[in-house]
Design a protein. Structure first.
Length: 353
């Protein structure tokens, strides 16, 4: 039996869509290098191919690109692929690292023509840096302020034409002016089971892991539509296969291993289950506001909103309504409970925004 106490979350990272410490190396190994190696996301891939090819033909850096979607879906990988496809160098930073406009000015003035500047978590960029970015994106220029007080002067500085690639888990909290300066937004979607199956097989081949088709599909199916989770579950099942079996991953080995790691039939993790559990047990299925829900499971509202909810919504277990979060009949059933009678009368159109 697993223990649902909230203090457990920190140690339960197997199923988290967020990267873990010490995982960087293997993520680098498994990262697709070319657009053609990038599994899934057909819509974003096709749109991006056009943007890149057209820029190549015209001999100019492509428009700025915004990649948006939940963690672990391939935003960083895609940013690196964009640079690789353009034969360009990539400079990497993140919103939280750009606290002062000077930090950004330094990065921008070091760019060479055609470079890709990748800003991860761009929605967390500080205001002064963001304002500097407007001009840089639009006119390839920054105004550097020298001095303080009344004697301060602003010196315009030209920067090399570059392509900004921004990634965000929250495109909704980007300011309008920033969003408008991107020529293209790629909205990343959760992956289909068949696509994740390809991700798992590809990773198994790279890591030299023997896996049956049924085993790889089972891992794919329980990875919550997220390649990062699929790759991690593969490594955990490999551990089990090596220690408790002959190293070969079959369907039975996969099921037994995922049981040990407390991965449920749908791949929901403790936090997902705690959120659904709180909704159902403490709030009678909702509606309840996200902050109240977050307090009930001992998490930050942003974690519940950005990491946990997107998949629960897509799995049809949770609905975001104007009055708050609501557990759907499927959620009650997943928890082994009977949905309250009113669910029979509530049709989907009233549940979803
Ligand atoms: N489309 C994909 N095909 C194959 N592997 C992928 C794909 N997207 C992501 N991955 C794998 O998942 C891991 C996490 O992807 P990443 O690009 O870091 O996600 P994000 O930046 O959106 O959190 C990568 O190391 C890579 O191995
Ligand atoms: Mg990333």
């Amino acid at each position: 039996m697993h223990d649902d106490s909230v203090t457990e979350f920190d140690s339960d990272e197997t199923l988290s869509a967020l990267p873990q410490t010490g995982e960087r190396e293997v993520e680098t190994t498994l990262r697709p290098r070319k657009l053609s190696e990038f599994v899934g996301q057909p819509r974003v891939r096709e749109q991006l191919e056009l943007v890149l090819e057209s820029a190549r033909r015209r001999g100019v850096p492509p428009d700025h690109v915004l990649l948006s979607g939940p963690p672990g879906l391939g935003k960083t990988s895609l940013a690196m692929i964009i640079a690789a496809e353009l034969n360009a160098a990539i400079r990497i930073t993140s919103g939280p690292a750009l606290e002062r406009a000077g930090d950004l000015a330094a990065m921008l003035s070091n760019l060479a023509e055609g470079d890709v500047l990748f800003i991860d978590e761009i929605h967390r960029i500080a205001r002064p840096a963001e304002e500097m970015l407007y001009l840089a994106m639009e006119d390839f220029r920054v105004d550097v302020v020298v001095g303080k007080g009344p004697g301060a002067t602003s010196i315009p500085l030209e920067i090399a034409p570059f392509t900004l690639v921004g990634a965000t888990t929250r495109s909704g909290s980007l300011t309008g002016p920033l969003r408008d300066r991107f020529g293209f937004t790629g909205q990343m979607e959760f992956y289909a089971d068949e696509e994740l199956d390809q991700v798992v097989r590809r990773a198994a081949a790279i890591l030299g892991i023997e896996i049956d088709p049924a085993g790889s599909f089972e891992i794919a199916r329980r990875s919550r539509g997220t390649p990062r989770i699929a790759n991690r579950l593969l490594r955990r099942v490999r551990d089990y296969a090596e220690v408790r079996a002959d190293g070969h991953i079959t369907l039975d080995v996969t099921r037994a291993a995922l049981k040990v790691y407390d991965v449920d039939e749908l791949g929901l993790d403790r936090l997902d289950r705690a959120v659904l559990g709180a909704l159902v047990h403490s709030f009678a299925g909702g509606p309840v506001g996200v902050s109240t829900l977050a307090v009930a499971v001992g998490e930050e509202p942003t974690t519940v909103e950005e990491v946990c909810e997107p998949y629960l919504v897509r799995a049809g277990m949770l609905a975001r309504t104007p009055r708050g979060r609501v557990a759907t009949a499927a959620a009650w059933e997943h928890l082994g409970l009977r949905p309250p009678a009113e669910h029979g009368r509530t049709d989907q159109s009233t549940l979803f925004d």
